[in-house]
Design a protein. Structure first.
Length: 585
């Protein structure tokens, strides 16, 4: 039984779990805001519950670390070897943590992001920590952990590293929109260190650069990665990490060389893409394992004397524009606020966000299922513009988002049916900005994205999902975007066939579109999927090839129907008639 009251939906769990929206936080019987975040469990989806469907494990590809709704930063632990949930970076059945990374994407079927892992350690740094031929660090810098000393809730994560030893390290994480904060409690030791493994991204790195400024207690730099689903896309993320204590020692490494006292390092990949993969051992999932060898190995370490003051804070701002913008994001997010204040604000934002749906009835287990699912549905797309409004565009230029927040990384095919309509109902302003972001992506690149990652096109999955994303968002109340430009981009993608390419991505919006328009369907002869193992992955390599002719035809008819409905809503009846007829395909 569903009651809708002024954009507020009360859901009877015994009857249904439905989409809903409310402008106010759900309240208990006394009129006080409920702590709905207690029902959401970020650890759900980090272990296998089903067989491996070809994504390297049977888990949900989620991550347990803190983030804000649609936040730029996702500060989460990475486990080793994480072969069951490698795209999430953290596998519940693992017992070793390799670091805490600043970027993640929830639910994707391929590894990506997991950039800039921070590694707290009490091991003395006397040699390069880089593991030969890997993006990982050597075993002595990895830490054991167990779930008895771990907690994950929306906006907060904690774990004790090496809990059974005499020198454990307690790690607490929280986030603001563009900043992650780590509160590290070391044992009393003169050699408490934090290693920043700039070359530790999930899909390895083309290049990395780090710089240490002891006077500012800062480590900054950049990391370039990409190859989502083993394609040719490429992005760069910048960071500024400020520490609460002065450094007693510091240095950098490049590949196998350690440089104590050095303040700068940079490295480039020794084996260009496509690189060989670190394959899983016999008896484990056979999908290509992330972190291919040939990575750019480089990073920085800073050491603290914690014999008197054991707690060290690291605050890390990120940006996809520049190091200076990463600093500005850090300042804008956390200046003057303590770790606990940022943590409380994150919890409050999650309670407000989850409170857009008020649920009654059912058991506590039902509430946990519902709010955990709702939590995971609100992790993307992600804020991409900086605090000053700047963002890196598909055209390789820096732009400023005027009057809207720029979002990026759209899992289009996976989200157009349900998640985007949900966001449009619950957060019409955010959904409007997400659609406007797609519109400017089309302006800057020439084409609407289908599965974009950062400021790059990828050709993952089939169809033209931007069309139903835009149309359904508009139909459900998200209308604060350039509708005329949106329709123009939709029509262009549906009626033209061109290969677009830059030095950071290759893309075709509708593979097989010539045949589709001529015949009314995409013929099987255009389908390269399934002929040979090599043919099965060629759509990732060649964006103009069709991946599943029947599925592609069906998806194009859905997109054409969406264009027709959107055009009709804008009183463009001639366009609507054309695409409604095409939808009959």
């Amino acid at each position: 039984m569903v009651h809708i009251i002024s954009r507020k939906v009360r859901v009877c769990v015994a009857a249904a779990l439905a989409l809903a929206a409310t402008a106010a936080l759900a309240q208990d019987a006394g009129g006080h805001p409920q702590d709905l975040a207690v029902y959401a469990n970020p650890l759900v989806g980090t272990d296998a519950a089903q067989p491996d469907f070809g994504t390297g494990g049977g888990a949900g590809n989620t991550f347990p670390g803190p983030t804000l709704p649609f936040g730029m930063v996702q500060f989460s632990p990475e486990t080793d070897p994480s072969r069951v949930n490698y795209t999430g970076g953290y596998t519940y059945s693992d017992s070793t943590i390799r670091g805490f990374s600043l970027t993640h994407f929830s639910g994707a079927g391929c590894g990506i992001f997991q950039d800039l892992p921070l590694v707290p350690t009490t091991e003395q740094v006397t040699e390069s920590p880089a593991r030969p031929g890997s993006a990982n660090l050597k075993d002595q810098f990895l830490a054991r952990f167990d779930h008895a000393h771990e907690e994950a809730t929306p906006g907060y994560y904690r774990v004790r590293l090496n809990p059974t030893t005499t020198s454990p390290v307690d790690v607490e994480l929280t986030t603001a929109t563009r900043t992650g904060i780590a509160r590290l409690t070391f044992p009393g030791t003169p050699q408490a260190s934090v290693l920043l493994n700039a070359g530790g991204s999930a899909m390895a790195n083309d290049s990395v650069r780090v710089s240490i400024d002891p006077a500012r207690r800062e480590v900054s730099g950049e990391a370039t990665s990409g190859r989502f689903c083993y394609q040719a896309n490429k992005y760069t993320v910048y960071f500024s990490a400020e520490f609460s204590h002065p450094f007693s020692a510091y240095g950098t490494w490049e590949s196998g060389q350690l440089y104590p006292g050095s303040t700068d390092a940079q490295a480039t990949a020794v084996i260009p893409y496509p690189a060989p993969f670190e394959m899983a051992p016999p008896g484990t999932p056979t999908s290509p394992y992330p972190r291919p060898s040939g990575t750019a190995q480089g990073g920085a370490y800073v050491t603290f004397d914690t014999t008197r003051e054991r707690v060290v804070e690291a605050r890390v701002g990120i940006s996809f524009v520049s190091v200076e913008n990463a600093r500005e994001n850090l300042w804008a997010d956390t200046r003057g606020r303590s770790f606990d204040a940022v943590r409380r604000a994150a919890r409050a934002e999650w309670n407000d966000t989850l409170g857009r749906i008020e649920v009654t009835g059912g058991s506590r287990a039902d509430l946990r299922v519902f709010y955990t699912a709702l939590y995971h549905s609100l992790l993307g797309a992600n804020v991409f513009s900086d605090a000053n409004g700047e963002y890196f565009g598909f055209d390789g230029k820096v732009h400023r988002a005027a009057g809207f927040t720029k979002y990026a990384t759209y899992s289009g095919w996976d989200t157009y049916r349900t998640q985007i309509p949900l966001v449009a109902i619950l957060f019409p302003d955010r959904a409007s900005d997400m659609v406007q972001s797609l519109v400017v992506d089309a302006k800057e690149s020439g084409w609407l994205p289908k599965w974009s990652q950062a400021a790059t096109h990828t050709n993952v999955m089939v169809g033209d999902p931007a069309d139903p994303i835009i149309a359904s968002a508009y139909a459900l109340g998200a209308r604060r975007f350039d509708t005329a430009a949106a329709l123009d981009a939709m029509v262009k993608g549906a009626t033209r066939y061109e290969r677009a390419e830059t030095d950071r991505w290759r893309y075709v919006e509708r593979p097989g579109n010539v045949e589709y328009q001529t015949l009314g369907y995409v013929p099987h002869e255009e389908d390269v999927l399934g002929a040979t193992p090599i043919a099965a992955v060629t759509p990732f390599v060649d964006p103009g090839l069709v991946w599943g002719s029947a599925a592609t035809t069906l998806e194009y008819t859905v997109a054409d129907c969406a264009i027709a409905q959107f055009a009709s809503a804008l009183s463009k009846e001639d366009v609507a008639a054309t695409f409604l007829k095409r939808a009959d395909n």
